[in-house]
Design a protein around this ligand. Structure first.
Ligand SMILES: [Zn+2]
Length: 304
């Protein structure tokens, strides 16, 4: 945190703005310039792998928790969270963050040793629902028994309907039965849902007791309340309350609108719904996970 500094403002500059400058020469400048402090203990760590990743094209050797390979992580321009890719499976930093938490959670739930998402194929009767039907995580899981994936194609379709060979689902009204899923995966999806807490309640409904939703979302670690960027009017129309932000979307060329950026409020809301909520702040260069604010959330439906 910055300390207060004493400055000697020039009389000329303050007089010019109409201030009385008598005796102002040694007065501390108030308020101090304060940097917001994270509400959570988020360490800012760095490593030699990260330092190389920030400066060079080829980052570092790693064991990828998505594909399980000994591999090299390559940075292809852009930010470290989205662009440091495994040369074997194409996974991004964010997808490897999810994979590490998924492996740990599944291992503790099933007692099976899970070193990468590839190992999930060994599980018997374990139902996984992925809220996207593309990307490195999907490519590792597709073909697995009891694996479900979907995309959102719009209001014209019914939940569970197949569209161009992909299942359509609306997370605010899922076409899945009560207590039928062991693991729900979502990777930067819930910020694009107009009413994300309605979607979380749907996830709670479809999860089996002891089941988990493991996810990433944009998150303000230094704010209490969510940043609400849109509201829904009485006719169900989306009204922008801030300048629109769009994220890249494999389905829509225009991109996906960001409705909300989450904060502490999200953890409280999920706990109130009945979830046991955990937040992981990861820094695991050996698994290709670099950078500050590598946050993954785990919302578990209690076993009883
Ligand atoms: Zn990989």
């Amino acid at each position: 945190m910055d300390s207060c500094s004493t400055i000697s403002p020039t009389s000329t500059s303050l007089e010019h703005k109409g201030f009385d400058t008598k005796g102002a020469e040694q007065r501390p400048v108030i308020p101090c310039r304060l940097r917001p402090f994270a509400l959570f203990p988020l360490a800012r760590k760095s490593s030699w792998q990260e330092l190389i990743a920030r400066r060079m094209t080829i980052a570092a050797p790693a064991r990828c928790p998505v594909c399980g390979s000994l591999t090299v992580i390559v940075r292809i321009r852009g930010n470290i969270r989205e662009r440091c890719r495994c040369i074997r499976c194409g996974s991004t930093n964010r997808q490897r963050q999810l994979a590490v938490v998924i492996c740990s959670a599944v291992a503790s739930a099933t007692g099976v040793k899970v070193r990468s998402l590839r190992d999930l194929h060994r599980l018997d009767g374990y139902v996984i629902y992925n809220t996207e039907a593309g990307g490195a995580i999907h490519r590792q899981l597709v073909g697995m028994e009891n694996y479900i994936s979907s995309e959102y194609f719009g209001e014209d379709y019914e939940p569970g309907e197949m569209v161009r060979g992909i299942m359509h689902q609306d997370l605010m009204r899922l076409g899945l039965g009560d207590e039928t899923v062991d693991l729900v995966i979502s990777s930067d999806v819930f910020e694009h849902i107009p009413d994300p807490y309605r979607a979380h309640r749907e996830v709670f409904r479809v999860l089996k007791p002891g089941g988990r939703h493991i996810f990433t979302v944009p998150f303000h670690p230094d704010r209490v309340l969510d940043e609400i960027r849109t509201i829904i009017d009485l006719r169900g129309r989306v009204i922008l309350t801030k300048d629109p932000i769009f994220h890249r979307d494999p389905i829509r060329k225009k991109g996906a609108l960001v409705h909300r950026i989450f904060a502490l409020e999200m953890l409280v809301n999920l706990a109130r719904m009945g979830f046991v909520i955990r937040m992981y702040h990861l820094h695991k260069p050996w698994y290709g996970i670099f950078g500050a604010y590598a946050l993954v959330f785990e919302a578990m439906k209690p076993a009883s």
